[in-house]
Design a protein around this ligand. Structure first.
Ligand SMILES: [Zn+2]
Length: 965
């Protein structure tokens, strides 16, 4: 007894398990459980998919089934909807419905050898781990084809229930016969048909498509009269008939086998919002009004397991936008137990018009990728098998999406980020950057790429041949290619004839220099020529300094000669030497060319002046900008001009300014401002050295850590100030000439000057010397300290580009670090200002301006580094800090030492460099290069939140140390 019971339990358990999880045997989770239902509709009506031609031959019927299921399996589908009742018939042994004519060619004729297609499909589908859903068209009795006369009962088999009960049907205006959904007996027939399948076959589901009432003109007046006992409108009554059928079918299934799923694939639009407040933003046919199919009722009453709207339109389609409808259906199922799958119009793909959204298979891919962004859409079903199988593009597209989801393809697509696009360069090698799936090997032109970072970032230096170089990274099914064209070494430029191009002659604009200054006269002419230049009555022969030395033909070459400006005596004035005239003689052919501008001598003290037109005018040590600006002059300041070249004018201090930033003018006689008096005061935060002048003269100041040197373009006639005992400086000395003066303020031993700058006053200028803020509270050591953080780059200027390209560039790294540092500094009591708080472009000048206006106690620019494109940056890493002013070095050094110690970075030093944003003289200012963005492993560190938070802590600690030590 005991033994038998045990066996029974085993048998019951086995049956139970097998029924509930047909997939347990294959080891596959059922698709509706894993949330990735991938279905394929196999239509039998009019032999759309199966069988391709009606036949009683069971071998052919079997082999076509196998072919379809193999295709489904190989493409990655996990469910097939087989249409087993296309039109009041059956593709299985039924006691209610005759055998389908689409199966065997004649209604009521069975396939040979007792073959049961549904049974076979179920067995073969389950062998392949595929669910088999029995698809039923409930109401359709006949399906009229093109050219056929209207259908009559005579075309049907005598056992057809429509023939036996014509009163249950309606002959519709479309030439077809339908069951009348309002007749209870007709509904019961449909339910009985479902029960028959559920009880006799191990199907995974019962499925209805979008055909309910064919349209509004359905002739059911008599039925309405007879059965509308509660006074419903015709529309509501029809919907009620459909809802009743859906509910009864659902209950019939669930009361027998609760694991069998029931779902419906309605037309994609329930109702337009113009017709119904709950409708979608669409303007198409409405299943609620035309088919009397109320999907929302089925969903809200949970009388279906899933809804599968046929959203057969493209994304962006103005009448019925796929995206809008997908969202509408998501909202429809939200909060219910009804799953949402989407029906896709695979049959619309491969449109031959390249302008069509349905050109190729791209629209289907777009829809699948869009579905992946949804947490609610749990699957896709494609109509139909035949168009899918016939199209390699569709099959590959869908298979690729499925394979990637299954982890058979890289999770991360291979992507080259550097160069951002195909480029042309003269470099002989190039550093390629990008990302890949770390779990899979990566190949560059077929060769394994080593040394990727743990996240799959790569950086590879590749040699370039002259011409086109193609680099293809591949990884499983994913690849990316870039082309770099290397230009041939330029060679020599040809000339079309013997000439001196006017644009090559010097000067192109008025040149002024002081007596004794050397300038270079230059022009271009054919290589191998004899070239000379005549200026101020004298002729000078010129030397070829570029181009071929033994040319066979006309090649461009540059010629030059150094010229010393002549001296003149007498009252300071300007003397015009005229324009240089260049002469070339190439094998007897002689040409001359006069430069388009003159050269003049300007004597010191000549009454020639420049007035600053802008709030801030930058000055340069030489007439070039490459080394950065040296000093600032302010609006209204006046200095005499001592030279002019190109776009630059030189001032008496020797500094150059852009001509466009100043007003240059002549006076009949000299006008020289004078320093009338000086004063020195001591304040809480600053010491101030003030100069009163007769008019506003240009002044520049520098500090070398010992002496503050103030140069003023005005002679001094004033006594020196008396220094308060608590001043920052120990002495002021001055020297003066008839044109200018210089004050030297020597710092007291042990005193700290944290900044210095000139400001205009109503009567002249003042030199401000900044004192170091005093720590007020050790709990909040930075209380009262204002720190400005400057996240480098932003907006259109991405800064250094690494493995993720513009998707995570230096600008993003800098901004992220600046926020972390802000938080740290604020926790120590600091007042933190930022030059940018979002991804916007801010010019370097604007960054400096906000600092100048705010006068923070410290300015920190945050950057991450890079290297030229022809360097193997995968081998370069390290931390560095840059400063310009000596007074900035102690803070810069503490930050550097802290980071090197805490983070073990390679040492790239504390370096002096005139960066735009390190030019601030009013407070310690430095620029951090946290590490090299294009280095794959470094990039992981730079983009690691925890590591960057730690870096911010380290920098903050160093700043606290600076103020507390
Ligand atoms: Zn940068």
């Amino acid at each position: 007894m005991k033994y038998i019971r045990k066996s029974l339990i085993l048998i019951i358990t086995f049956v139970f398990l097998f029924n509930l999880t047909a997939f347990a045997a294959t080891g596959i989770t059922s698709p509706h459980q894993n949330g990735d239902f991938r279905g394929l509709w196999v239509a039998t009506v009019t032999n759309i998919d199966y069988p391709t031609k009606a036949t009683t031959n069971s071998e052919i019927l079997k082999s076509e089934a196998i072919k379809t299921l193999d295709y489904a399996k190989n493409t990655g589908f996990n469910a097939v909807f087989l249409q087993v009742r296309p039109a009041c018939d059956a593709l299985y042994k039924s006691k209610y419905f005759p055998w389908s004519k689409y199966l065997t060619g004649k209604q009521g004729v069975a396939p040979d050898r007792g073959f049961d297609p549904l049974d076979f499909w179920i067995t073969e589908a389950h062998k392949r781990g595929i669910e088999l859903h029995a698809w039923i068209n409930p109401y359709r009795v006949t399906k009229r084809e093109w050219g056929e006369p209207n259908h009559d009962y005579s075309s049907l088999h005598s056992t057809n229930p429509a023939v036996k009960n014509p009163g249950w049907t309606v002959k519709h205006s479309d030439g077809n016969i339908y069951f009348n959904p309002g007749i209870p007996e007709a509904r019961q027939l449909i339910i009985n048909g479902v029960i028959e399948i559920v009880e006799n076959y191990s199907v995974d589901g019962i499925h209805f498509d979008d055909y309910f009432y064919p349209d509004k003109n359905f002739d059911d007046k008599e039925t309405y009269k007879k059965y509308n006992t509660t006074g419903k409108s015709l529309d509501d009554w029809r919907r009620d008939n459909v809802n009743t059928l859906v509910r009864d079918v659902y209950n019939a299934i669930k009361s027998r086998k609760s694991n069998i799923r029931f779902g419906i694939s309605p037309f994609g639009i329930w109702a337009n919002k113009d017709s119904h407040p709950s409708g979608s933003d669409t303007k198409g046919l409405q299943s609620y009004y035309s088919h009397y199919a109320d999907s929302l009722y089925w969903i809200n009453n949970e009388i279906i397991d899933y809804i599968l709207p046929q959203i057969y339109w493209n994304i962006g389609y103005s009448i019925a936008d796929y995206k809008k409808l997908a969202v509408w259906w998501e909202n429809a199922v939200k909060g219910t137990n009804v799953d949402l799958y989407i029906g896709h119009a695979a049959y619309k793909a491969e449109n031959p018009d390249p302008k069509s959204p349905w050109y190729g298979a791209a629209e289907i891919e777009r829809q699948l990728l869009l579905n992946e962004t949804s947490k609610i859409i749990k699957g896709s079903v494609f109509f139909n098998y035949n168009v899918m199988a016939k199209s390699a593009a569709l099959t590959n597209t869908v298979k690729t999406v499925f394979d990637r989801r299954d982890g058979k393809l890289p999770k991360v697509a291979v992507r080259i980020s550097r160069p951002a696009s195909d480029i042309t360069t003269s470099m002989t090698s190039f550093y390629l950057n990008g990302e890949s799936d770390p779990a899979l090997p990566l190949y560059l032109n077929g060769k394994l790429v080593e040394n990727r970072s743990s996240k799959g970032y790569f950086g590879v230096l590749v040699p370039l041949s002259v011409g086109k170089n193609t680099f293809t990274f591949t990884q499983a099914g994913s690849s990316d290619t870039c082309t770099i064209t290397r230009t041939a070494s330029s060679g020599y430029e040809k000339m079309s004839g013997v000439e001196i191009p006017s644009s090559s002659t010097f000067p192109q604009s008025q040149e002024y220099r002081m007596p004794g200054e050397k300038i270079t006269l230059t022009c271009q002419a054919p290589a191998g020529s004899t070239v000379s230049v005549k200026l101020n009555g004298k002729t000078y022969s010129m030397k070829q300094i570029s181009g071929p030395t033994n040319p066979s033909g006309l090649y461009k070459a540059t010629y030059s000669v150094e010229y010393t400006m002549p001296s003149f005596s007498g009252t300071p004035r300007i003397i015009n030497l005229g324009a240089p005239v260049y002469t070339v003689n190439y094998k007897g052919t002689v040409k001359t060319k006069s430069a388009p501008a003159n050269i003049g001598v300007i004597m010191k003290g000549a009454p020639y002046y420049a007035e600053m037109l802008y709030d801030v005018v930058d000055t340069y040590n030489a007439p070039v900008t490459g080394n950065g600006a040296a000093y600032e002059l302010y609006k209204g300041m006046v200095d005499s001009v001592t030279g002019m070249t190109g776009n630059y004018a030189r001032l008496s201090s020797g500094q150059w300014v852009f001509k466009s930033r100043v007003k240059i003018y002549n006076l009949a006689s000299p006008s020289i401002p004078v320093v009338k008096s000086t004063a020195y005061t001591v304040g809480m935060d600053n010491d101030v050295f003030e100069l009163t002048m007769t008019s506003l003269a240009a002044a520049i100041v520098s500090y070398d850590g010992e002496n503050v040197v103030l140069k003023v373009s005005a002679p001094a006639s004033a006594a020196l100030p008396k220094l308060p005992s608590n001043s920052l400086i120990s002495s002021v000395k001055y020297k003066t000439s008839i044109y200018d003066s210089e004050y030297v303020l020597t710092k007291k031993d042990g005193a700290i000057i944290e900044g210095y700058y000139i400001e205009k006053t109503n009567t002249g200028i003042k030199l401000v010397l900044k004192r170091k803020p005093k720590v007020q509270s050790l709990a909040e050591p930075l209380k009262g300290v204002t720190i400005m953080l400057d996240a480098g780059h932003g907006g259109s200027e991405s800064g250094a580009i690494g493995p993720l390209g513009a998707r995570f560039a230096e600008k993003d790294i800098n901004l992220a670090l600046s926020f972390k540092l802000k938080k740290e500094l604020e926790s120590k009591g600091a007042n933190v200002l930022m030059t940018r708080t979002d991804d916007s472009y801010i010019s370097l000048a604007d960054r400096l301006t906000v600092s100048r206006n705010a006068r923070p106690d410290m300015f920190i620019s945050l950057h991450a580094n890079s290297m030229p494109d022809n360097v193997d940056i995968s081998k370069i890493s390290g931390f560095s800090v840059f400063y310009r002013e000596v007074l900035s070095k102690p803070a810069a050094q503490l930050v550097y030492d802290g980071v090197i110690k805490e983070h073990g970075k390679n040492k790239h030093g504390v370096n002096k460099k005139n960066f735009y944003v390190t030019r601030n003289t009013w407070a310690p200012s430095f620029l951090i290069e946290s590490d090299f963005v294009p280095n794959p492993t470094v990039f992981e560190w730079l983009t690691n939140d925890a590591e960057q938070a730690k870096l911010a802590k380290t920098i903050s600690a160093a700043i606290v140390k600076y103020y507390t030590q």
